[in-house]
Design a binder for this molecule. Structure first.
Ligand code: URA
Ligand code: SF4
Length: 215
């Protein structure tokens, strides 16, 4: 393999990708410094025919240990919201802009740390390859890291959540909040309110993918 002079996953991405080949290759990725910090690469999950791709920030503690995206507390919120929005889990492919857990020790706990711009751009070839092989009709960016990483630094989720935005990622692209932000809401009432808004955004997605069936 050629030398990797700057952080990028590009040399690790196979030439004729499909999901199993991508997953296998990503398991050995050393495209940036994060490969040493996490337990394993947490690749995206779902059908290659999924019509919707959901993109989070990076795996959390539980995801890092299990090797699967959105299986921790944020994943539980996401599953519930998809159910409430009427989106079939089989229609969805879930992944992250960064495939390794970035963390710092605090006592015995591992505290989540935001990936930086270099790590996000280094990991981007994996997401591009996932999009290339699954060709989702809809891409939903969960939270500011994913939204700004893919739509630009100036993008404000608070201003444009739930709206279709112009992007080359897919025909229909939307950003909304990250499900973990709902867990961080200060009290029961605001948590409930945030969940309702999140579900409302996902219902816009449901309407799009099921439009033909409903018509
Ligand atoms: N948060 C994310 O952004 N992704 C996961 O996979 C889990 C939590
Ligand atoms: Fe490779 Fe992405 Fe992991 Fe960095 S975070 S080592 S680019 S898979």
């Amino acid at each position: 393999m050629a030398r990797n002079p700057y952080p990028t996953a590009a040399p690790f991405v196979p030439e004729h990708p499909n999901l199993p080949r991508l997953r296998q290759a990503a398991a050995g990725c050393k495209g940036c410094d994060l490969w040493q910090r996490g337990t394993q690469t947490v690749f995206g999950e779902g059908s290659s025919h999924a019509r919707v791709m959901l993109v989070g920030e990076q795996p959390g503690d539980k995801e890092d240990l299990m090797g699967r995206p959105f299986v921790g507390p944020a994943g539980a919120v996401l599953d519930r919201a998809l159910l409430e929005a009427g989106i079939d889990r089989d229609e969805v492919y879930v992944t992250n802009i960064v495939k390794h857990f970035k963390w710092e020790p605090r006592g015995k706990r591992r505290i989540h740390k935001k990936p930086n711009a270099l790590q996000i751009s280094a990991c981007r070839p994996w997401l591009d390859a996932e999009i290339e092989v699954t060709r989702p009709e809809v891409v939903v960016l969960l939270g500011a890291s994913a939204a700004q990483g893919l739509l630009g630094r100036d993008f404000r989720v608070t201003q444009h959540r739930g709206e279709w935005v112009e992007s080359e990622l897919a025909l229909y692209v939307m950003a909304t909040v990250h499900p973990s932000s709902i867990l961080r809401a200060p009290d029961e009432e605001s948590r409930h309110d945030e969940m309702r808004k999140f579900v409302a955004d996902l219902k816009v997605v449901a309407k799009q993918i099921y439009a033909r069936k409903a018509a």
